[in-house]
Design a protein around this ligand. Structure first.
Ligand code: C5P
Length: 328
């Protein structure tokens, strides 16, 4: 039985970008086999879990309403307390498995836009598993941790280790790669006038045979990364590019606008709608983000970020540390 371990643990949780995404085909179980390079980046949520003491029968999880940590960020699930939230489900599942005892407080501050293709919910779920271990002093073990992650969602296992990785199968096979050559990513998250409900499932369902393909481009990108060469912008193709425009026609001109203002190849991450360009020069990356903001205004959010090497960073909150995580 694991009683609460004193203190409040805070995870800084990085988002991901897909550095190329191929979908190989539909499987008998309804999922799709994919092949992608995923990269954690320095756009982050903050998830915290602390013990409020007490013992008794099992655990009780108190959940703080979610807060937006970035100006202009819409928060999709202001309740957070709902059990449909992936981070809440992850923490509950891990505490149950760890025989958690007492009362635990969970809070989330969003810096990663929801439903953006940057994996925020999956990242929070992975961090939730890791935080539950810290908050109870328990250890799920590598295999159980990975299984719990894969049960929560296809992208969740990647975020347990983060960094640069080749992702295959449904998403649960994660092969770590060498860290990529340092670069900046200029990221554009367009706010859709009409959000796409159940976006990921709808986009998988909208794939046509022409969108499916082999993993040649992704494997070439993997070879470059293994050789210590910079990410090749010509190898960032994403199978969702065509169906995304079908479901969100308002995005039709976005790629051209970003390309003309940045002079770079434009890539899509995950099932979108976030697009990005690579810009190795940090000063130029900042300038390009300003130019994009001037042109696109409030119709999008803009980020300049860089590779994050590794899993969520977890630390003990300092005494008196402010923020929505303070619930005790
Ligand atoms: O695993 P996750 O819950 O994130 O998947 C959401 C939906 O996306 C699934 O219900 C499925 O329709 C689709 N999906 C897929 N193939 C994958 C991952 C997700 O078809 N590899």
């Amino acid at each position: 039985m694991k009683g609460p371990s004193p203190g409040r643990w805070v995870a800084t949780v990085p988002a991901k970008l897909n550095l190329g995404l191929a979908i190989l085909g539909r499987r008998a179980d309804g999922f799709h086999d994919l092949c992608s390079v995923m990269q954690t980046v320095t756009i982050c949520d903050r998830l915290s879990l602390g013990s409020a003491g007490g013992t008794g029968e099992g655990f009780r999880l108190r959940v703080q309403p979610v807060a937006a940590g970035v100006d202009g960020l819409a928060v999709d699930d202001p309740g957070l307390a709902s059990d449909s939230n992936l981070a809440v489900r992850a923490v509950r599942a891990a505490l149950a498995r760890l025989d958690g005892e007492g009362t635990f407080d969970l809070s989330l501050t969003k810096g990663i836009p929801a439903a953006s293709g940057m994996g925020g919910a999956s990242a929070d779920a992975a961090a939730g598993l890791l935080l539950a271990e810290r908050a109870t002093g328990g250890d799920l073990g590598t295999d159980a941790r990975r299984r719990l992650a894969a049960d929560l969602g296809s992208d969740v296992p990647f975020f347990l280790t983060g960094g640069t990785a080749l992702i295959t199968g449904r998403g649960e096979h994660v092969q770590p790669l060498l860290p990529v050559v340092e670069t900046r990513f200029v990221v554009v998250f367009p706010r859709l006038a009409t959000p796409i409900p159940r976006k990921t499932a709808r986009l998988f369902a909208a794939l046509s045979p022409d969108d499916l393909g082999d993993d040649d481009l992704v494997q070439r990108q993997v070879s470059r990364i293994a050789a210590g060469l910079p990410i090749d912008p010509d190898l960032l193709g994403n199978a969702f590019s065509r169906p995304l425009i079908g479901l969100a026609p308002e995005l039709a001109g976005l790629r051209e606008v970003i390309a003309s203002l940045t002079g770079r190849d434009v890539a899509l991450t995950g099932a979108g709608p976030t697009h990005y360009v690579l810009e190795p020069d940090p000063e130029r990356a900042d300038a390009v983000a300003v130019a994009l903001r001037e042109r696109l205004g409030g119709s999008a959010l803009f980020f300049v970020c860089q590779p994050w090497d590794g899993p969520p960073a977890i630390r003990l909150a300092e005494d008196g540390e402010p923020g929505p995580g303070v619930t005790i």
